[in-house]
Design a protein around this ligand. Sequence first.
Ligand code: CMP
Length: 141
Amino acid sequence: MKEQTLSIIKPDGVRKNLIGEVIQRFEKNGLTPIAMKMLHLTKTEAEGFYAVHKGKPFYDSLTDFMSSGPIVVMILEGEEAINKNRELMGATNPEVAAEGTIRRQYADNIEQNIVHGSDAPETAKTEIAYFFNALEVCPRP
Ligand code: CMP
C-alpha cells in the first residue's frame, strides 16, 4: 500500500554533511520526497514534536539536541513507506542496528542517531501535520 511518512535528518546528520547521502538512500529504495524544508527548531518546537516522550529521562536532553542546529524535514511517499523507512534507518540504538543501515553506519549514540522516522500510520499523520500544510506537498504522478 502506498503510504506517506515523516523523515527528519537530525542536527547531527546535517553537521556531518549527510543530507545528500540520506536522501539518496531514500530515492534509491523507492521512497520519494514529496515535501522538504530545512528548519532550526526552538526548544519549545522540539518539545512539541516529541510531546509523546514528555516525562521520559531523555526528554530534556533530546529536545536540547533537536534544537541544537538545523534539521531537514521531509515527507516520503512510497509502497509501505513507514516500514521501509524504518528498515533503512535501523534500530534506534546504533549499537544494535542492522549492518548497512543509516544509524549503524553513521550514528554516535541512541540519542544522536542521525534520522527520525514515523513509527505508524497515525503518528505519520500527526507528524506530517506538525511540519507541513497542504500547499507545501508536491505529490508525484
Ligand atoms: P527517534 O526515532 O527520533 O524517536 C525518539 C528519539 O528519542 C529517538 O529517536 C532518540 O533520538 C531518542 N531516544 C530514544 N531512546 C533514548 C534513550 N534511551 N536515551 C536517549 N535518547 C533516546
